[in-house]
Design a protein around this ligand. Sequence first.
Ligand SMILES: Nc1ncnc2c1ncn2[C@@H]1O[C@H](COP(=O)(O)OP(=O)(O)OP(=O)(O)O)[C@@H](O)[C@H]1O
Ligand SMILES: [Mg+2]
Length: 604
Amino acid sequence: MEMEPERPSSQRLESLIPALKFVLPYTRQVGFALVALIVTASVSLSVPLGLRFLIDEGLSANGAELLTTGIFIFVGLGVVLAIGTFTRFYFISWVGERVSADIRVAVYDRLVRLHPGFFEENAPTEIQSRITTDTTLLQTVVGSSASVALRNILTFFGGVILLFLTNPKLSIVVLVCVPLVVFPVLMFGRRVRRLSRSSQDTLADVGSHVGESLRTIKLVQAFRREERDLEGFRERVAIALRVAISRIRQRAWLVAVVMVLVMAAIAVMVFIGGQDVLEGRTTPGELAAFLIYAFLVAGSVGAISEVWGDIQRAAGATERLMELLQAEPAIETPTDPKPMERGGAVAFESVSFSYPTRPTEQVLDDISLLVEPGEMLAIVGPSGAGKSTLLNLLLRFYDADVGVVRVGGTDVRAAALNDLRRAVAYVPQDTALAQGTIADNVAYGLQENADARVSQALEEANATGFVSELPDGIETRVSEGGHGLSGGQRQRVAIARALAVDPDVLLMDEATSALDAVSEDAIVTTLNRLRGTRTVIIVAHRLSTVLAADRILVMDRGKIIGEGTHSSLLDSSPLYREFAEIQLKSPVPAFDSAALSDAVVNAD
Ligand SMILES: Nc1ncnc2c1ncn2[C@@H]1O[C@H](COP(=O)(O)OP(=O)(O)OP(=O)(O)O)[C@@H](O)[C@H]1O
Ligand SMILES: [Mg+2]
């Protein structure tokens, strides 16, 4: 909702047509509802006829018997009306809920398969609000507004016909009066709707402020932003209040205007109709029936105009949802995928790449690289060199603009995504863990929760030690993001998560934040355990990790500018020498450098 002003939607009713596809499976229920709708509308329209009969015949000389029969018929109609209303309400709401649930699932099903780049061009928060608010809007329309509109359209036409049948002369008076009443109501109604819309938007604003400030509560408090945040919040609340009050004012006016106009219209009709009764041109019952019909007709016009705005908004909502449903994944399994060869060789053949959102910036520039099965390759380079990007291409989060990326000899674009991502596992730079236990996290990529795999992976990742010391062992819960574990522990759980799927290639994007010497040591031990078992590509920020590798690659500004072992690179690459010197000069201050040299020695 928040973002809507930037994406005006046409609100054309045709936009609703694609949503009909989602209604189609429920035609039976829609059919029940329609039958009920027609029955209730007919019954409602026949009531004034009965009333007319009762007044004119039942209240006259020999009416006692007629009166009793009439009352029975009346009650009978009431029962029919009740059953019809129940059926209509139940089935229409049922269909509304079903359809919006189906659309939600369909949209999410599309979203989770879209390439990550899509969410850089389309803000996830906006998409989130589309899934919730837009589907809710659609639900209201399918589940109630549409039925209100249909019922009132029936009532309107039925009412007009019956008006003319009852009294053509007065009908003309009514048809002149109806626009006079309805037009101002429409005007006010539109303004009220607009305000209630912007009142919703400002309320959403209030909500997002709370969300943002509570999510970063430590930042807020550490930087003493409480007062300023509160001030900002007060302003938003005040704006929401202002909008709400002006909406209420318009609404109050609306009610007053409607009252006056309706009363005036009744007065006119009663005056004209009353004279006809006095002069014997019409009966009292006819006049009563007529007045009720006039009410029904005017009411139906009002109701239609009331829900019309909803229907238009739903058209806009549908358009946006359908846009999401039609988003084409840029990264997809090809129609005829090649089987992946196992073994874990990795190759980049003259690969160049720019991110779609920044097409002018060449992030990878003609990269060629061969990694043998079982080799451990470390990539070093300054921040922004393109190291993480290299891993992104291996996982096929993006496709290379030029060149070919191969895993196990297969072009990643020719393989099935599932096969590729089974063969390549990933430890991200921001070792985010999911909410749940450590065991849940390690089993994240497994189809079934295999306890044996989990403990084996933890062992391989050198995590068994610290995990068993936690109060609940592998059943210890970690909170969202992995808080409650140290950086090094989190990283090892993330490594275990990657190893649990038994990949051919392990990609590891080392966190840039410094780990303490003990954690660092533990990671090096982990890497040494992995040596030779599978291909490992590590984006490294620490010398200790680099030293554990078989081969080192130096990257800068999207190019490979050096390659070799630690000692050969110290000679050949000034950038590498700089990196190594900084690392050696600044061991973790609180620790003696023994731990670091330990780590270095362990690496051999
Ligand atoms: N999703 C993205 N959209 C646009 N540009 C991006 C995106 N991700 C990274 N970049 C840009 O691409 C370049 C390389 O980024 P990359 O993440 O590969 O660097 P890195 O070598 O991993 O750096 P670090 O060591 O800090 O993690 C940077 O200039 C960065 O701004
Ligand atoms: Mg990176």
